[in-house]
Design a protein around this ligand. Sequence first.
Ligand SMILES: CC(=O)SCCNC(=O)CCNC(=O)[C@H](O)C(C)(C)COP(=O)(O)OP(=O)(O)OC[C@H]1O[C@@H](n2cnc3c(N)ncnc32)[C@H](O)[C@@H]1OP(=O)(O)O
Ligand SMILES: CC(C)C(=O)C(=O)O
Length: 554
Amino acid sequence: MLTNPSTKYRAFTPVSLPDRTWPNKTITKPPIWLSTDLRDGNQALIEPMDGERKRRFFDLLVKSGFKEIEIGFPSASQTEFDFVRELIEAKRIPDDVWVQVLTQARPELIERTFEALKGVPRAIVHFYGATAPNFRRIVFGQDKAGTVALAVAAAKQIKELARSRPETEWRFEYSPEVFSGTELDFAVEICNAVLDVYQPTPEKKVILNLPATVEMSTPNIYADQIEWFGRHVSRRDSVIISVHPHNDRGTGVAATELAVMAGADRVEGCLFGNGERTGNVDIVTLALNMYSQGISPALDFSDMREVVKTVEYCNQLPVPARHPYAGDLVFTAFSGSHQDAIKKGFADREGKNDEFWELPYLPIDPADIGCTYEAVIRVNSQSGKGGVAWLLEQDRGLKLPRRLQMAFSKVVQDISDRTGKEQTAADIWDAFRRTYHLDGEPRIQLIEHQESGTGKQRQITARILIDGRERTVTGQGNGPISAFIDAIRQACGVQLDLVDYQEHTLRASADAQAASYIEFRGADGATIFGVGLDEDISTSSLKAVASAANTALG
Ligand SMILES: CC(=O)SCCNC(=O)CCNC(=O)[C@H](O)C(C)(C)COP(=O)(O)OP(=O)(O)OC[C@H]1O[C@@H](n2cnc3c(N)ncnc32)[C@H](O)[C@@H]1OP(=O)(O)O
Ligand SMILES: CC(C)C(=O)C(=O)O
């Protein structure tokens, strides 16, 4: 890195727009969406999509609700050309969907583009030419007048070819490429020249697409450029202002949102932000950002896993685990305080499905995009009692008392610290069974018991296994639990003082019907927890005593 980049890089010149209005605007409705996955996304892939992948992507876009889809650059290759032909000939384009194709402003490419579109019921023909000063100088070797002349000639040719194909309903789009780096007055000049050719009307508008081909400035400057352009372009009522942001600075989504506030009517982008270099703007994030503000985006991503799967297959690129809304980990909390808040949030929301979503840490309900709550909380060494308790409750229906949660979460944390690994629901359940002697061959096991007596005078007679040998033990107390504690004390010398007892029934699908949790103080004053699970609530409480006795015996 240079210690002084000021001699190599120029700061972007801000737009002079002291009376800008966009900062006071809010987004209240979705823009017109155009997916350019099959063109700008496709041209950036290591391996461009073949026909089968393009078809699957097209079907996904239609299913997701896109009404405008850029299907390719048909003059670029035979694959691109054939895909356009196939969609048209197989009549795969729904009546309410406009397909769009891109071409350079070169006569032979425009001819070939129209050849590809033969017989299409409706289509948007999109041409582009770079207008930024460095492109005019370096790439085209043209001055401003030459650049305008190129655009005007292309527009005339396109208009003429369209006129010769009246069976198709045509719309036109023009992009001054690298609008983000073009002098604003020149961008308006060249767009006005193109409009003069197309002669749009409010009923038949032309799309002027203003790309941040390379994102060069902070999002507020792009918004200023859009507002400035909207104020100065001729025939504003006959123009759809479209934006086509890229993400070079990592602020493509922010720039697009501000551009919409600044008057953009339409947004071109790709699902999950695929596209040249750092990508086109991510339409999924934009749409779900709107959704999270209570605005229907008019796109349907209710089965997000399926959308991700299809896009990953078609692009042969992964959607990262932290990708907004779509990544595998974006609704997952590992850290203790997050888990605690989310667990409390879900408890608070019970029975309140018609109220506003206020869940801590979750900007939208994962269920709205087809994600289950199972993955919301995952446990590792950063986790606390809330996460462990959540997994036991979700997975096993166990509702641990708070103090038991605290004790058991230490056990899990020790394991995570030791292994450095995530603890799955199955790992936690194994640890729980081990810690509270719920299976295997613990030293003390209850086989059966009989209770007798009434009121506060209770006796118990129980058959138990002690170190593998069967014995019958008896005890007295003011209830069955204290009578069994007495029996265990007499038989094994284990001293347990009952501190707290809690029980609950389990959901119908669980193996056991009842769970009992007992907190004891042992002979040395240490806290010992016992857990019992059984079909029968009374037996589960005695099993909890046996569980604690096993811990006390060590
Ligand atoms: C910002 C964007 O994403 S724009 C879209 C970019 N997408 C693509 O380029 C993918 C598809 N393109 C292609 O496959 C090829 O470019 C083709 C097949 C269309 C054309 O290929 P070629 O004829 O070999 O030309 P090549 O791609 O090298 O283009 C460069 C020439 O086109 C000119 N050119 C580039 N863009 C344009 C334009 N919009 N209008 C007119 N001429 C243009 C260049 O100045 C250059 O001209 P020169 O040869 O006289 O110096
Ligand atoms: C053709 C234009 C719209 C483009 O892709 C870009 O400038 O990024």
